[in-house]
Design a protein around this ligand. Structure first.
Ligand code: OXD
Ligand code: MN
Length: 609
């Protein structure tokens, strides 16, 4: 379908009387700048979703998959230049560069606005400007926050329908005074009169800019993932982390699960891992240990705040999953495979000759007759990948069979344990418990992981990624570490604080093979963690924290030597790691809380004694 510039019109789906004055003013300003052909206020309804789908199928953005094999599901193919978050084009525009800190790209807010205004002039010509009001978290939750995204991408609007709570009630809440975050997005591809559209409009120039002081997001040029689905990384992490610090809570890159032991006791656990380290697999874990149950509350982001009883509580601000497809299969994540059986939008996966989807790791062998993620016939023997390594699925939380009943509870859930983790071939044991909150914050502050495909960069390279938040913290990470320490002080008075652990599923042997089987077998580590929470097992002190004295490995083929490697620490490797961590931490200068350095020095002392 080619769209042509004709008379500007305004389409309405929500009644104009419920539009908050400040939102309307912002939309007017954006309309004047971006010059869209049409303005649509979205309501998140199934009719609206169907309309968006029709538009995208007609335009070639999405293809309907075989309705017998994948009912109600679609495949989108992006431009090969627009396939992942671009951290190099992500900016924190605080007044003072120190407030963005050394791990963020900083740009002066006034200069950035000028740049974006210049780029955005007429950027929506020939397109529809969608106004999407949404809530992060259950609408009536004290922890919920509202936002409105403006976008010219129907793919983004449809994704938001699945990822967040798009509801007109949000506008009523804003009219009554609720604060909200402005999320302005354009793909930056205006259409000239008579010009046909492309399947995935975007711009070579990309900016994902955040204004922490005014709590605004302005994204230009990309339609992919976190660059464009602004409620996710841009709002729920970068801007929310700023809000959280101001208001005394925490916005974290964490999954959230409910774990039930064979005795029927339940615990709620959050876990922070860098991108594509298996958070979705953990969130949907099918324990191999009999009697254990893991239920899903969230797979990517958790907001944590002390509740009325003073205990730390958490919600998942999202309402859907935007997960990495490759590596997901019946063996690794059967719950996800079931969840993706219908009503799913797939992006950049391969398509089978029957009109179904496929990606590396879904089955051992690629089926014959595949079309690759770029729409080309796939040659199995070429060594190329059929699906892009950052290919994604988008689906609503409700599709997940292991979803916990508390997922929509406005009060959230009490957090019993916090887990940090990374992808480390060596150095970090399978599991270690922090000595106390402060030491736990140190473990989070010195987290590291090998790079994956969720962002651009060299695969496999080890990168320090404190709390898995380096790409997602909207302010100076030294101050962020202080916020964690402050939370400890706030919670300490109440008695039961969450306990902190660090796990590493990814240790490799000398031949480069993973030592630990992972996935459902991770329930063995979960069992140890729960045993520690219940005070049922003693632990072995080590320089880096408390190690298991033993682990339930019954039924596993794991040599003595392998187990020893998993549950011990090498003083040489830890020592080298501390040197590297110290160098990394030094960049925060006087913004680094002194407690972090004293924990580092204490670890060194334990190593040498
Ligand atoms: C994600 C990421 O998409 O972390 O969740 O990159
Ligand atoms: Mn993530």
């Amino acid at each position: 379908m080619s769209m042509t510039l004709n008379q500007r019109s305004t389409e309405t789906r929500t009644s104009a009387t419920h539009r908050p004055v400040d939102v309307q003013e912002w939309v007017n300003e954006a309309t004047a700048l971006l010059e869209p052909h049409t303005v649509v206020w979205c309501d998140g309804s199934p009719e609206e979703a169907q309309h968006l789908i029709d538009v995208m199928v007609a335009q070639g953005t999405m293809t309907r998959l075989n309705d017998d094999l994948r009912p109600g599901s679609y495949l989108a193919r992006s431009e090969p230049t627009d396939v992942a978050r671009v951290e190099s084009r992500t900016f924190i525009c605080s007044q003072d560069p120190q407030d963005a800190g050394p791990t963020n790209n900083w740009e002066d807010p006034t200069a950035m606005r000028e740049t974006l205004r210049g780029l955005s002039q007429g950027a929506m010509r020939g397109r529809t400007l969608y106004v999407v009001p949404f809530s992060m978290g259950p609408l009536n939750s004290p922890m919920a926050r509202f936002g409105v995204q403006i976008t010219d991408s129907p793919y983004v609007v449809l994704s938001l329908h699945m990822m967040v709570r798009v509801q007109p009630e949000v506008l009523a809440g804003i009219s009554e005074g609720a604060s909200w975050v402005k999320c302005l997005h354009t793909v930056g591809a205006p259409l000239q009169e008579g010009q046909g559209d492309t399947a995935w409009p975007c711009n070579e120039t990309k900016y994902i800019s955040h204004f922490p002081e005014t709590k605004e997001i302005w994204s230009f040029g990309s339609a992919y993932g976190g660059n464009a689905l602004l409620p996710k990384k841009a709002f729920a992490l970068r801007i929310a982390s700023v809000l959280a610090r101001e208001e005394g809570w925490m916005a974290e890159h964490m999954l959230l699960v409910k774990i039930t032991s064979p005795e029927g006791k339940s615990y709620r656990v959050v876990a922070a891992f860098p991108s594509a380290c298996g958070k979705t697999n953990f969130a949907m874990m099918q324990p191999t240990l009999p009697g254990w149950k893991v239920e899903t509350l969230g797979d990517d982001i958790a907001w944590l705040a002390p509740g009325a009883d003073g205990r730390l509580r958490a919600i998942n601000p999202e309402a859907g999953f935007f997960g990495v497809a490759p590596g997901t299969g019946a063996g690794t994540n059967p719950v996800a495979m079931d969840m993706l059986s219908s009503q799913t939008v797939f992006t950049n996966v391969a398509m089978t000759s029957e009109g179904d989807v496929w990606w590396e790791g879904m089955t051992k062998e690629a089926p014959e007759g595949l079309t690759d993620w770029q729409g080309q016939p796939f040659d199995k023997d070429s060594g190329a990948l059929a699906a892009h390594p950052n290919a994604r699925f988008t689906v609503k939380l409700g599709a997940c069979a292991s979803l916990a009943s508390e997922w929509d509870d406005p009060e959230g859930v009490v957090v019993d344990a916090i887990i940090f983790g990374g992808r480390r071939a060596t150095t970090m044991p399978l599991v270690v418990e922090a000595r106390d909150w402060k030491h736990g914050v140190f473990l989070g502050a010195t987290m590291a992981s090998e790079k994956t495909a969720a962002a651009e960069g060299t695969l496999g390279e080890v990168r320090r990624d404190p709390f898995a938040m380096v790409p997602f913290c909207g302010y100076n990470m030294g101050d962020y570490m202080q916020n964690w320490l402050d939370m400890g002080d706030r919670l300490r008075g109440v008695g039961r604080m969450p306990r902190i652990f660090h796990v590493n599923w990814f240790q490799k042997d000398d031949d480069g093979r993973f030592i630990w089987p992972g996935f459902g077998e991770n329930s063995r580590v979960v069992e140890w963690i729960v045993n520690r929470l219940e005070g049922a097992v003693a632990a072995e002190p080590s320089p880096i924290g408390l190690l298991p004295k033993s682990l339930n490995t019954e039924g596993l083929e794991l040599s003595e030597e392998a187990l020893r490697s998993l549950l011990s620490v090498s003083p040489e490797l830890v020592s080298a790691d501390l040197d590297d961590a110290e160098e990394f931490l030094a960049q925060f200068g006087d913004r680094l809380p002194p407690e972090i350095l004293s924990e580092l020095h204490a670890t060194r002392e334990r190593l040498s004694s």
